[in-house]
Design a protein around this ligand. Sequence first.
Ligand SMILES: Cc1cc2nc3c(=O)[nH]c(=O)nc-3n(C[C@H](O)[C@H](O)[C@H](O)COP(=O)(O)OP(=O)(O)OC[C@H]3O[C@@H](n4cnc5c(N)ncnc54)[C@H](O)[C@@H]3O)c2cc1C
Length: 449
Amino acid sequence: MSSQAFKAIVVGGGPVGLTAAHSLSRANLDFVVLESRPRIVLDAGSNLVLLPIGLRVLSQLGLLPAIERASSPMDRFRRIDHKGRDIGDTLWFTYFKENHGAYPRVISRHDLMQILHDGLPIEAQAKLLPNKKVTCVSTGTDGVIVTCADGTTYTGTIVVGADGAHSTVRNQMRVAALQTTSGDLRANEEKPFLTTYRSMWIRFATVPPIKPGDASETHGYDCTLQLFAGEETSVIGIYERMEEPSRDSSRYTEADEHAFISRWGHLPIIEGGMTIADAYTSRTQAGMVNLEEGILKHWSFDRIVLVGDAAHKFTPSTGAGCNNGIVDVVALANELYHAFRAVRDAEGETAFPDKLHILAAFNEYQQARFATVKDGLEGASQATGAATWSDMTHRFVDRHILSRQSLVKFFASRNAPVVAKTPVFEYVEGEEQMIGKFPWAYPIKESGL
Ligand SMILES: Cc1cc2nc3c(=O)[nH]c(=O)nc-3n(C[C@H](O)[C@H](O)[C@H](O)COP(=O)(O)OP(=O)(O)OC[C@H]3O[C@@H](n4cnc5c(N)ncnc54)[C@H](O)[C@@H]3O)c2cc1C
């Protein structure tokens, strides 16, 4: 048992960091979330598809009614080629509903963040601190010290790195691991993610011929795009194969955006409708990013643990990156809950787990998530590869084989038992809202049980 109270320092107030805030608040554990941006809820970023695995967690947290009001369900996925010709719809989303009881829903990042923020109790909202860019993390026998660019420091028991693909916490974790004698074995690679595709995303008002809930993909050589139409705004993500894969990060300028539009602006977004250039002209926001891919070998070191994009990075093709980050938080919270229960059952309700038990919980968390995340990541990579044809074989398979509904149904059913094993918070009471053909392996704890 530890004699010291527990406090988590969460670095990064993105969707995964805010889910971590919910998990800690529900467990009555002290925490602070340090976010580098000037506000927690910003009107910036792409739209996100929430899959049943993420939706179910948000539903357990009581956020489903707000999510449903701000998002649109998606059913059929239209697929066309670069010339706007039909290459066969796909019914993935229909099978999600059939198997797991919910259609995926598209929501703007802003609305998701607002809902996650507003769903926290007022005293927990006060623990979300903007303008706190973390620069240094140091661990000791008794706890952690986190330093921000403004010179402030925060002390706690653990650091949860939810600071995204370019994570500072991940870098600090590597530095700490390398300082130990077995450092080479315990440290991650300096540049763990490989980029094969760059992306431009464009947000614009949802206006006819596009309507809320529309989902469409345009496939072809070296470039693919996805459209997800929300209630108010739609987003297209355009994924372009790079000349050479790279492990370096890139910053893109407006000139890069214009060059991108001159390469791909002519591509149709939907059959007989708008082009990428039309969407760019009427954009409310746009951005270019690298689509890093990869999974870390080590998700924790000492008192530091990583969740979400800091630990693994997917291409967006299967809409799984953020959803998996949300589930990471659940798995981590459950392992910490086990550590708390073990010590409290033995020593009373005011006891806290010691460092050894916390580190064991971190290891269990990685073990619980690693294989599923790796499979999901590979699936996303294959989906992006199949849509950005690199040769005639790819083209043939995509046009004539992947469009077969029997095959899609087969893969959806094969994947369903894995999806059904997605965890929910063991200590949060709620009501099951999603019932499909494949029963969830871990039921939501009912009130009063
Ligand atoms: C075009 C596109 C479309 C996508 N579509 C989907 C989708 O449909 N479904 C899906 O599940 N996923 C999707 N994703 C992936 C999804 O955006 C990410 O997986 C998700 O945002 C990860 O959340 P996160 O909180 O881990 O990281 P982030 O969203 O990156 O948030 C990290 C936060 O940490 C803050 N931060 C960073 N460094 C520091 C620091 N040093 N100190 C303090 N704060 C810091 C950042 O400001 C940020 O707020 C898409 C991605 C892209 C690029």
